[in-house]
Design a protein around this ligand. Sequence first.
Ligand code: F6P
Ligand code: MN
Length: 321
Amino acid sequence: MKRLNSQLQKDGAPLELILLIRTLLAGCKEISFRVSQGALAGVLGSTLSENVQGETQKKLDVISNQILKDILKDSGYVKAISSEEEDDVVPCHPDGKYLVSFDPLDGSSNTEINSLIGTIFSIAHAPQWMEPDDPSAFLQPGTQMVAAGYVLYGPSTMLAMTTGRGTHLYTLDKTHGGFLVTQANIQVPEDTAEFAINASNQRHWEEPIQNYIGDLMAGADGPRGKDYNMRWVAAMVGDIHRVLCRGGIFMYPFDKRNPKKPGKLRLLYEANPMAFLMEQAGGLASTGEGRIMEVMPSEIHQRVPVLIGSKNEVAKCLEYY
Ligand code: F6P
Ligand code: MN
């Protein structure tokens, strides 16, 4: 099986980017180990603090954030970091060539039930003019990403990653600590009969998504003429992994509760990296109004509505808008 390095070289990734990715993944391997220790290491449960998003931080959120921050700061490849668990950008090395955004532990409430969680990341070039503590350089559209991916801490630890030459799936071989390519150039099936949405929010949705989901629920008796199945992992990383592997549509749409929160998911370290992976696998990723990767961010923790997955199904959903 091909190793990470050879795949990245084959895809034409520059040496410094390869070294940065390897550094980031070294951090993820440590997270994978901590996560697998669970209650034995006393790492489960919540802290007394909240992050900038007003979410209670789990101990593993804080630990994972610290691991990635330390390893990236020390590397010299990174000028600054933005993280779900940091209020502001974290300045790193003044000569670092890259900006890294990450959700250190997506779906962290799943730690309580020993279920799927993961790290989501994206990497962009750091402009030369930028001071390491300047957040404005992070405010570039997702089309500027040079790499993105996630590490899924499941029954096996898997990596999905793209550098813009297809999306590849890797599996961590714990006998030697390397990620091996287990599926190169994954292609998301264009059609699907599976959808993922938190249906308990239904009364807050806007009309297009109400109508679309209504038609899916009507199944073979409705206008879509077939029965659909529903899945919800409650960790974006788990839901997107399923969609990449066997197709589907994953949605966290705009809802009317709070106009300041247009959707739940964060653009820089959730929506954009997943959109890049999905597009590189032949799928689509939209806010309902346009391509996620073309959204111009106005702040680092910005939220966006997300409709992502199998090409024909996302296109169908967009017809309702
Ligand atoms: O990070 C936000 C997140 O945990 C995603 O991973 C997940 O898809 C979603 O929120 C779950 O939302 P809810 O709590 O509505 O099920
Ligand atoms: Mn998350």
